[in-house]
Design a protein around this ligand. Sequence first.
Ligand SMILES: Nc1ncnc2c1ncn2[C@@H]1O[C@H](COP(=O)(O)OP(=O)(O)OP(=O)(O)O)[C@@H](O)[C@H]1O
Ligand SMILES: [Mg+2]
Length: 302
Amino acid sequence: MASPEHIIAVGGGKGGVGKSIIATNIAAGLASSGKKVVLVDTDFGSSNLHALLGIYNPAHGFANLFQTTAINPQSLLLDTKIDNLQLICAAGDNPGSSDVDFETLNIIKNNIRSLSADYVVLDLAPGVSYSVVDFFNLAHTGLAITTPELTSVIKTFSYIRAVLFRKIGDAFRGKENLLRLVDHSNPTHADMETHSIKLLKEKLLAIDPKQVLVVETLVDSFKPCLVVNRVRYTKDLKAGDNLIQLAKKYLGVEPVYLGYLLESDRVRDSVDETLPFFIKEPDSKPGNNIHKIIDALTTKVS
Ligand SMILES: Nc1ncnc2c1ncn2[C@@H]1O[C@H](COP(=O)(O)OP(=O)(O)OP(=O)(O)O)[C@@H](O)[C@H]1O
Ligand SMILES: [Mg+2]
């Protein structure tokens, strides 16, 4: 079975921070450098990538998998007006379409893993539901997008923590007493105080000391990436530093800073023009921002 060389997930806890715009422009940038790229919409409740690329009535997409699972993933691909860039649409806006069951999600993940491409770029839904977090963890490289506002920085920190705790939870599967330390999904069963890796390790030391090493190994190998969007002033870039400090202090994780995207009318206009700004104006300031993010992605992380 074929598999993509590299899967990149673009996420971030808060809605509207620019996940879809950045995923689309990174995918377009990689495609225009000659790489074979598949952009994948995993926002089943509110898909919009097709609209960003000027495709209004997608002929097919993951919605087909909800009817029959015996589908070759390559047959779900749609061509776009950008050379080397293909798209897989999500379900659409039908009520209930975001409630994808566990089994179907697994089929979708296997489909993604078996795509034949140089790069697969996943656009994630907002929030920290397990399905979103699992798509982030499926990727070789996960990008968390934040804007400079404090609320967004805090949400993005919580997002990175949710992803890490989910990884640790996977390692604890079947051990209920350990799972409650990292599963915050059910407040009546969860240990809501365990919010830092230091505290988690202290608690593990008392219950099951062997697991401390398991946690340390997972923490050391976790390298989320960070992009700051909607930057207007130099001081906005501090948001990236603040987030990195928070992640270091509470999680022992140092996110890899990839760059920023300026607040720009060119970005907003590109949504109405249904053409990624990177394709229309690669030498514009936002176009250059994407260039730098892609350079950092392909050099700092791989
Ligand atoms: N750098 C920017 N400059 C100007 N406008 C921007 C910028 N980034 C995003 N926007 C605006 O914000 C809107 C939302 O962006 P986008 O759809 O990428 O967010 P999202 O994080 O994917 O949202 P959701 O959580 O709903 O999926 C865009 O349609 C665009 O108008
Ligand atoms: Mg989006």
